[in-house]
Design a protein around this ligand. Structure first.
Ligand code: FAD
Ligand code: EPU
Length: 339
């Protein structure tokens, strides 16, 4: 694709926010990326790499170069009777990778079915759902270091994965472009995880007692489709906030006053609260403010009802954050990346 100037970013973010980029280009190999970074008219610009644009909020135009990651390919790096190591290009659509693995009978990613976006962004926040995070199957990744164009390999510990966190979201932000990710998956003796949320209920509803990885994937897809809005229909970026991790004494105080409050353990002395529950208790669920609002089925998801600006969504998130602070004394942190 030729370089686009003053490019419209609306098709490239699932919130559907109208914003412009000074320049926009696609790359499918490390060499194409190096070529773009070195081009005299582009080399001084700030850069932003995008996959599916499903975890980003544009509150302004981006005065720089947007790089659309289209690095393709799913290949087997090595395998034995029990395991397979798979390398996926960063431009592969995440759900396509999951569907490919499920179809091959490779276990490990099935609980992460239907998460939007591309493979390259998955390590950024260690994507997770239904009791599984990518760190559980992650082996390594390759990323291009913007400072010198070198391709660097990162192992598990170097990625510093945490809950919706990684090195790339913190110290490594804007310094590396992830090109491929390797996962180690099971070929047999799969670890079937049905203990989280209502996966077991969904399987029981279908009279499935010995679920396969395909059954788990189907159940996750059914649950997600019933409560998360499809960005093609209603602009959103999934959970806008993280579930807050607080000292257990804080969670106990909330639980005593509100026995129905969901509380999960989060290591010694700490508990995780459900941000969706906190936001719903503050009366936000289904509320609409101008062009944006809080989703009617999942209060953790902010939505663009059409024509919202990023600034409007930011202001709504600020109001939500303040009311949770005032009512519960709990500080929410935004999950979405804000430009
Ligand atoms: P983008 O939005 O394009 O980018 C996100 C950030 O990563 C940006 O800062 C970008 O610069 C950076 N980035 C992108 N690609 C690269 C790269 N190759 N190298 C370095 N940095 C990069 N997330 C979950 O964890 N669990 C869920 O269950 C979940 N459900 C969702 C449901 C819906 C309906 C939606 C809309 C979103 C959901 N998300 C969920 C959030 C989102 O899908 C994930 O964060 C996803 O990994 C984002 O991928 P992307 O390619 O769209 O990233
Ligand atoms: N809840 C409410 N009201 C709401 C929403 C949720 O009371 O409006 C309660 C639910 O009843 C449940 C609890 O909160 O008791 C948790 O809800 P849910 O299972 O829907 O999950 P979540 O904590 O809201 C997290 C992730 C999702 C992930 C799901 C499933 C975060 C920030 N969000 O949501 O990830 O898909 O669990 O594992 O951790 C994302 O990161 O974008 C995302 C969608």
């Amino acid at each position: 694709m030729p370089l686009l100037r003053h490019a419209d970013l609306q098709p490239y973010n699932t919130f559907g926010i109208a914003a412009k980029a000074e320049a926009l280009a696609r790359f499918a190999t490390a060499d194409e990326l190096r070529g773009l970074l070195a081009a005299p008219e582009l080399s001084a610009m700030q850069r932003l790499v995008l996959g599916g644009g499903s975890n980003i909020l544009f509150t302004r135009d981006f005065d720089g170069l947007v790089l659309l990651n289209e690095v393709p390919g799913i290949t087997v790096v090595r395998e034995d009777e029990d395991h397979v190591e798979v390398r996926a290009g960063a431009g592969v659509v995440w759900h396509h990778l999951v569907m490919h693995c499920v179809a091959q009978g490779w276990g490990g990613l099935e609980n992460l079915s239907l998460i939007p976006g591309k493979v390259g962004a998955a390590p950024m926040q260690n994507i997770g759902a239904y009791g599984v995070e990518i760190k559980d199957s992650f082996v390594s990744l390759e990323a291009l270091r913007l400072a010198d164009g070198e391709v660097v390999n990162f192992g598990l510990s170097e990625c510093a994965f945490g809950y919706r966190e990684s090195f790339f979201k913190r110290e490594g932000r804007d310094r590396f472009i992830i090109l491929s990710v390797n996962f180690r998956l099971t070929k047999r003796a799969h670890r079937i995880r049905t203990d989280y949320g209502n996966i077991a209920d969904e399987l029981a509803r279908q009279y499935i007692t010995q679920p396969t990885i395909k059954d788990v994937s189907d159940a996750v897809i059914a649950i997600r489709s019933s409560k998360l809005p499809d960005p093609a229909v209603l602009g959103n970026a999934g959970s806008f906030f993280k579930n807050p991790v607080v000292e257990s004494t804080v969670a106990e105080r909330i639980k005593v006053a509100n026995p129905s409050a969901p509380v999960y353990s989060a290591g010694p002395g700490h508990s995780k609260l459900a941000a969706g529950w906190l936001i719903e208790q503050c009366g936000w669920k289904g509320k609409r403010l101008g062009h944006c609002g809080v989703h009617e089925k999942q209060a953790l998801v902010l939505v663009n009802h059409g024509g919202a600006t990023g600034a409007e969504i930011w202001d709504l998130s600020d109001q939500v954050l303040r009311s949770v602070r005032e009512r519960f004394g709990v500080e929410l942190e935004r999950e979405v990346n804000v430009v």
